[in-house]
Structures are given as C-alpha cells and as structure tokens.
Design a protein around this ligand. Structure first.
Ligand code: PLP
Length: 349
C-alpha cells in the first residue's frame, strides 16, 4: 500500500540530536579530496554541465571498472534506477522475485504495477537462495539481489549469482544491487554486466562514499536494457545530474587508499560492537559484510527501537519476516560507544 511518509526524506525523519545509526548512511562525509572538488564547481552551478563533468565521470568509471562507457549510466542515487527497473521489466504478467528480508523499495514499485511479487525467505547469516528464487517464479520479469544485502549485510556468492543468470529465462532481467559492495571484500558481479544482455549491476555513492545527500549512483548494463529504463523520460533524469555530485564522485572513485581505510575503519568498529554484544550475551546474526548488523531482541523490535530512541540512539527498522530483529547501522567509534551504553541501559531496565 502507498505510504504518504514515503515522500519524506531520511533526513526529515532523523531525530535531532540523536545518534544516527538507522539509515545505513556513512558516519562521515565525502573524502576531503572529493568534497573539495564538489565545492569548486558550486560557483558554476548556473550551467547544466560546466566543462563536461558527466563525460569526465564516465571516463573515470570506465577506466576503473574496465567496462565500455556505452554500458554505464549515472543517476542521482540508485533509488531511481531501482524503481525504474521494476517498472521497465515487470508488469501484471511478469513478476518480481526478491529475497526476504531485503531493501523494500522494489516491493512498493511492484505493488503499484500490480506485478506478482515472490519473496523468498533468507536463512539468517546467509545470502539469497537463488534456486528457491527461480523456483518461486521461473518466468519473472526481474530477479533482484542486493549483495551485500540490506538489512542482513550478507553476501550472495558470485557463483550463485552466476547460476541464476545462467538458469533464468533469457528474457528475464537480473538486477544485482551492490550498494554496500565497497564495505566488503566480496567480488563484484560486474563481469556479468560487461558481457551479458540481461544483467544490470547497480552502485551508489550514498554508502561508503558518504554522499547520500549529494545524490549519485550508477547502473552497468547492455545499452538496450538501459534504453528500456529510459523510455519513460528519454534521457532526462540520467542526462542532467547535479554537477556537485559528478565532481565529487569523479574524485572519490580513484581515491583507492581512502576507500580501503574507510572500509577497514568500519569493519573494526563493527567487530568491536559485535564483540560487546557477545560479551553481554545479546543475540545477533553473524555473517554481515556490510555497515550494518541485525540484533535479535527476542521481543518486538519496534518496541525496543522506541526504547533506544528514548536514549537518543536512532537505530534502524525491523522487517515483518523477523519481527524481533532490528537493523543497526555501524556508525563512528564514538556513535557505537553511545549505542553500547544505551543498549546496556535499555536491557537492564
Ligand atoms: N539499494 C539499496 C540496497 C539501499 O539500501 C538503498 C538505500 O538505502 C538504495 C538502493 C537507494 O539509495 P540511494 O538512492 O541513496 O542510492
């Protein structure tokens, strides 16, 4: 069902003054070199694209990923191409298949389209069950896998993703959402987007790159698939992007040392937090390779989320399939110290 609150931004829903570990954002902003690049173009923001920033961005991405520019499309974030893929490839006859739990935005698009939706339960600690996904609807319009997954952080092995690509019908599309890939050391499914006609790989700068409010994302696919995604608006959305985002993203994409350091920082803080939970005997799911983990309260998660917020710590939501489990985003070391203190208070009360 349509929720009016959907139109509200994450920022609008953030509680002022609370520790923000609810929205899977990065705990810090863009790399300094990227922030400087963005700031420099603000004064030329009267132009749609001063100095061909879009072209420079595409060239950089193509070089780093080793893929042709004709297979790359930039977007203002990845939420748009995600929903657009559902609209382009699903219909009342052609369904959507996803694991459960996963990022729900595709579910809402399918419901609006009246496309059949098959949700395939994930095992705690595991990636998507690709064989069960194909069995759930052997003739779907779109199969959607997030790896590492939101909210579980679990990776679907590349061999499983390849199995689904090779065993689904040729006219179905497989969308691999790699929003959290930079936080893990898992291999990308990019190879499939380089060669196949029926696989889309999607990325965003909203997570490790710390650009959620700046808005930049990417899809990698055969040009014919991209044409289907653009047929509603020509090239309007992808053709004109925030110049600040393009400059920021171009500088960030080759900041390889900074990417590595940020990943290492997140992993250290995540593991330290999980060690605290273990020491206290608090249940959580293992296997996260993302900047999030799932805490099992053993009682209604919504209630516990409210209790944490009363301690000024805003953790993430729960999914219907696991009503006692909350998603918690890994914040800064300081954020997670506050999280631990609030958790101890809430559980001792
Ligand atoms: N895909 C996944 C898996 C996400 O978790 C999110 C946001 O949390 C998005 C896509 C959309 O984010 P954005 O539009 O900021 O790229």
């Amino acid at each position: 069902s349509f929720r009016p609150a959907f139109a509200q931004s994450q920022a609008a829903r953030a509680v002022a003054g609370a520790v923000q570990i609810g929205a899977n954002e990065c705990w810090t902003g863009p790399f300094p070199v990227a922030a400087e690049a963005a700031a420099k173009v603000v004064a030329q923001g009267n132009r749609y694209d001063p100095g061909d920033l879009r072209g420079q961005f595409l060239k950089t991405v193509a070089q780093v990923e080793g893929i042709g520019e004709d297979r790359i499309l930039p977007w203002p974030g990845s939420g748009d191409p995600l929903v657009r893929s559902v609209i382009a490839f699903c219909s009342p006859e052609k369904g959507l298949v996803t694991p459960d739990p996963t990022f729900e935005s595709a579910w809402r698009a399918a419901a609006w389209l009246k496309a059949p939706l098959a949700k395939v339960a994930m095992q705690p600690g595991k990636g998507a069950d690709v064989k069960a996904m194909l069995a759930a609807n052997p003739n779907a319009g779109l199969y959607y896998i997030v790896s590492p997954n939101n909210p579980t952080g679990t990776v679907t092995p590349l061999a499983d993703i390849e199995w689904l690509a090779n065993n689904k019908p040729a006219d179905s599309v497989l969308l691999v959402d790699e929003a959290y890939l930079h936080f893990s050391e898992a291999p990308s499914a990019m190879g499939l987007a380089k060669s196949r006609k029926d696989v889309i790989v999607m990325r965003t700068f909203s997570k490790l790159f710390g650009m959620a409010g700046i808005r930049l994302g990417l899809t990698f696919a055969d040009p014919a698939l991209h044409m289907q995604m653009m047929r509603y608006d020509g090239r309007q959305v992808t053709g004109t992007l925030p110049v600040t985002a393009l400059a920021c993203g171009t500088a960030a994409y080759t900041a390889f040392d900074a990417i590595k350091a940020r990943r290492a920082e997140m992993i250290a803080v995540r593991e330290d937090t999980l060690a605290h939970l273990k020491k206290r005997g608090i249940a959580y799911q293992t296997g996260s390779e993302g900047n999030m983990f799932m805490l099992d309260w053993g009682k209604p998660a919504k209630e516990m989320q409210g209790k944490m917020l009363a301690q000024m710590v805003q953790i993430g939501r729960s999914w219907e399939i696991w009503p006692t489990v909350s998603r918690v985003t890994v914040g800064s070391a300081e954020d997670m110290e506050k999280f631990k203190i609030a958790l101890d208070k809430v559980l001792m009360a």
